[in-house]
Design a binder for this molecule. Structure first.
Ligand code: NAD
Length: 381
């Protein structure tokens, strides 16, 4: 029996290795970044998702319709709703992202997406992991700011590799052991490092923190660190420091030093975890937006998930839409509508941090999602 498992695992490993090396070749071939200014029409796909997703997305749609009213009526912007990325439909079809949904997404230029549920266990991949791979959305960009503490962080999380790329394709000898794989590629790391340093350069930042566990994961994280430093050499005005993820996790809850950090570049899993911690410091996951960027597509979403517990407890209508509004702001900035993004950022800041006349708490004591959204829209100058 044991020999059988080993033989099967070795065969499977060869398949994975070949697939990943093919992916390296595709990355090296590259794609020219999309020029949104050159597009006659920018098509924005809106996806409701699961749980609290459709509730916060309904408000995001109303907000975009208000902000982009002129562009929508002139045909410069098209908002299109994409149905079918629901857990019920995905389970019924046995597909993380059904084919017709993927085709509809690929027909858009940018996507604003509500959170999607991922079943625990089983073999169904997360819709996000599938979309990040299919659309090659290699940079997960997550800003966190706490102005009164001087915190202005930007996280560049690698989004297509690490523990996630083969997360549902591990090897098991039932009753004996299970093994998952972590993948770091040369071009995959180079492009996320480049994105982080380019952001730092364009925004006058002077330091990038490279965060790994390279003392333990010597091959994958070791190479990630090395490649980041090679890229850093092209940016002499920016310092690059190595940190281990464990101490960086502690640093973020240390008020004495945390405002010194500026830009972070991290492999996938560490980035996933530490950005939730960072969002909590900002005021909770309900306040944080996130962008998944590639050269051809970009997908914007809330940092949090579908919050099934809130739904079960009858609190879905009390979800905070700030997270998806922040994502909408990032989307507007990405497609070149800087003044609209600034208006939205200012309205959110006024409503959520300065005036606080209507406050969402995620409980029945607070305002509803709709009430807070109305408040933000009223603040749009
Ligand atoms: P979660 O982020 O969905 O919710 C955790 C808790 O955070 C909630 O119970 C709630 O108290 C709070 N919260 C989240 N969003 C909020 C909001 N807008 N307003 C107020 N409070 C909010 O985390 P989870 O329960 O671990 O995950 C639920 C599901 O979501 C899982 O299936 C997971 O795989 C999926 N998920 C999806 C995405 C995505 O689509 N991008 C991201 C993370 C998790």
């Amino acid at each position: 029996m044991r020999e059988e498992y080993i033989k099967k695992a070795v065969e499977q490993f060869e398949v994975l290795l070949r697939e990943q090396l093919d992916r390296v070749d595709r990355m090296r071939a590259g794609a020219a970044p999309k020029d949104y200014d050159a597009l006659e029409t920018v098509t924005v796909g809106l996806i409701g998702g699961d749980g609290i997703g459709p509730i916060i997305m309904a408000e995001a749609k109303r907000l975009l319709e208000k902000l982009l009213a002129e562009e929508i009526s002139s045909g410069r912007i098209v908002l299109t709703e994409i149905e079918g990325l629901t857990i019920e439909n995905r389970l019924a079809l046995g597909k993380a992202v059904p084919d017709d949904v993927l085709a509809a997404i690929k027909a858009c230029d940018v996507i604003l997406k509500g959170p999607t549920t991922t079943p625990k266990g089983g073999t169904m991949e997360s819709a996000n992991v599938t979309l990040r791979r299919e659309l090659d959305l290699y940079a997960n960009v997550r800003p966190v700011s706490v102005p009164e503490e001087g915190i202005d962080w930007m996280f560049y999380r690698e989004n297509t590799e690490g523990e996630y790329v083969l997360g549902s394709r591990g090897i098991e000898a039932p009753g004996d052991l299970a093994m998952d794989f972590k993948v770091t590629t040369e071009p995959g790391t180079r492009r996320i490092a480049r994105a982080a340093f380019e952001y730092a350069k364009a925004n006058g930042k002077t330091n990038v923190a490279i965060v790994t566990k390279a003392n333990i994961m010597k091959k994958t994280d070791g190479n990630f660190t090395r490649i980041c430093h090679e890229v850093a050499a092209d940016y002499p005005e920016i310092t690059a420091d190595d940190w281990y993820i464990d101490i960086m996790t502690a640093n973020l809850v240390n008020p004495a030093i945390r405002n010194q950090f500026q830009v972070f570049v991290l492999p996938n899993l560490y980035g996933d975890i530490i950005t939730d911690e960072a969002a909590e410091i900002q005021g909770g996951v309900g306040t944080a937006g996130s962008a998944n960027m590639g050269d051809r597509y970009a997908m914007f979403e809330a940092i949090h998930g579908s919050a099934p517990r809130m739904v079960e407890e009858g609190l879905a209508d009390y979800a905070n839409p700030s997270s998806i509004f922040k994502a909408a702001e990032m989307l507007l900035r990405h497609i070149g509508f800087i003044d609209k993004a600034d208006r939205l950022a200012s309205a959110l800041h006024q409503a959520g941090e300065i005036e606080k006349r209507v406050v969402v708490t995620g409980t029945k004591e607070g305002a509803t999602c709709r009430e807070f959204a109305e408040y933000v829209m009223e603040k749009l100058a």
